[in-house]
Design a protein around this ligand. Structure first.
Ligand SMILES: Cc1ncc(COP(=O)(O)O)c(CNCCCC(=O)O)c1O
Length: 423
């Protein structure tokens, strides 16, 4: 088998350098909470392909469903010749997402594409142009989603000009906003919108219930409900970007459920289909159906193989109660992270929910971000065979996103490596 070193040489002569990778090892196979590289090295997976492999790599039901579908037909384009599995996925999403109201869904290929379409739908339904987003937000790498995203490097640098009518307001970030309570933080954001944009001009407010790439920022309790209440009163479409938080990751099926927030639209991707590329916008029927026939779509959106994978993945999440699994993972991971924080002054905060947890690193005794320490701990994890990811506006957050089917033994082994990396 070709070694990682040989593959890395070939990559340098074939793949654009702009596409990076966290580790220089190339995957041979993966399942549960383990990745095996082409050199036979085992990695404990605390990344899940960036919160995608919630049901694990090559989950049995997903493999069987994909095998069956791929032998029947691989692509007819739902806009040309439709098929049941697209409808079935939409039925499941309409039933599973928060909100007892009538819903419709539309399927796409990537999270960014879902976010782009949620904005299209909100603007079309309201006739308004403005979109409100938050500090530290991440929503994708297309032109509009770069405009919605807060961090310049690596996502936006030299890729402008960006789409207009995007307005950014402060996020509830308790560690860095002086510990504002949710209602106060929301009032601060709302006042900026009303003074600088005018609520009557706002089509949508777009927010991640727990911010992902921006640093696993968990807003103070009450922040999301206050924004939801304001959006309702102002006729603003409340869009929850659950692309990283969705599908059992945070201990609920969707993170909005934690505070009983019912978004008008929700964007979905990542954990939806066991690793197959699928994304969706699900939301109030009157909003989704405001768009004229032909106004939504794309060639591959809701590919039948991805839809088969999604139905099997959702079945797996329900059968294995992976929301409970995420809570259990959090109950093991959280205390170990707090134990590290208790002994290491570089850890300013442990935060997150369920199996979406993170530590933020600073210079001891300050709130000055410490990206160098973050990189050093990450490198120590990788050298010892634990695949972790960093994130955060300041590059000083280590995040933990294990597959929700990770075994107790794999979790324990990963945590022992993490402990040693902080020693
Ligand atoms: C909340 C939230 N919205 C939207 C997206 C975008 O989803 P796509 O499927 O990557 O387009 C994400 C993707 N996050 C991982 C990006 C990794 C990278 O590109 O470096 C997200 O987390």
């Amino acid at each position: 088998m070709t070694s990682s070193d040989e593959l890395h040489k070939r990559r340098g002569a074939a793949v654009a350098r702009g596409v990076g990778s966290v580790i220089p090892s190339y995957v041979d196979r993966a399942s549960g909470g383990t990745i095996v590289d082409v050199d036979g090295r085992e990695w404990i997976d605390f990344a899940a392909g960036i919160a995608v492999a919630n049901v694990g790599n090559s989950a049995p039901r997903v493999v069987a469903a994909v095998r069956e579908q791929v032998e029947r037909f691989t692509h007819t384009c739902f806009m040309v010749a439709p098929y049941e599995s697209y409808v079935a996925v939409c039925e499941r999403l309409n039933a599973l997402t928060p909100g007892g109201f009538e819903k419709r869904s539309a399927l796409f290929n990537s999270g960014a594409e879902a976010v782009e379409n949620a904005v299209k739908i909100a603007r079309h339904a309201t006739g308004r142009p403005a979109v409100v987003v938050f500090d530290h937000a991440y929503h994708g790498r297309t032109n509009l989603t770069m405009a919605l995203t807060a961090k310049n490097m690596p996502y936006k640098h030299r890729f402008g000009p960006f789409a207009g009518e995007i307005y950014r307001v402060p996020m509830s970030y308790p560690l860095r906003d002086g510990g504002l309570d949710g209602a106060t933080a929301a009032a601060r954001a709302i006042e900026m919108v009303e003074k600088q944009v005018g609520a009557e001009n706002v089509a949508a407010l777009l927010i991640e219930p727990i911010q992902g790439e921006g640093g696993f920022v968990v807003p103070a309790e009450g922040f999301l409900p206050a924004l939801r209440e304001w959006a309702t009163a102002a006729g603003v479409v409340f869009v929850a970007d659950e692309i990283q938080t969705g599908f059992c990751r945070t201990g609920d099926w969707f993170a909005c459920e934690h505070e009983g927030v019912e978004p008008d639209l929700v964007t979905l991707a990542k954990g939806i289909a066991g690793g197959l590329p699928l994304a969706a916008v699900t939301g109030r029927a009157e909003l989704m159906d405001a768009v004229h026939v032909g106004g939504l779509g794309g060639t591959y959106g809701g590919n039948p193989v991805a839809c088969a994978a999604a139905l099997a993945s959702i079945d797996t999440m329900q059968e294995l109660d992976l929301a409970a699994a995420a809570r259990r993972i959090g109950s093991v991971l959280g205390p170990r992270l707090h134990a590290i924080a208790d002994r290491d002054p570089r850890v300013a905060e442990v935060r997150g929910r369920g199996a979406m947890l993170a530590v933020e690193l600073v210079r001891p005794g300050t709130l000055t971000p410490d990206p160098a320490a973050t990189a050093a701990v990450s490198a120590a994890c990788h050298a010892a065979g634990l695949l972790t990811l960093t994130c955060g506006t300041y590059g000083n957050v280590i995040r933990f996103l294990p597959p929700l089917v990770i075994s107790d033994a794999e979790l324990a082994r990963g945590l022992d490596i993490l402990d040693a990396a902080f020693a």
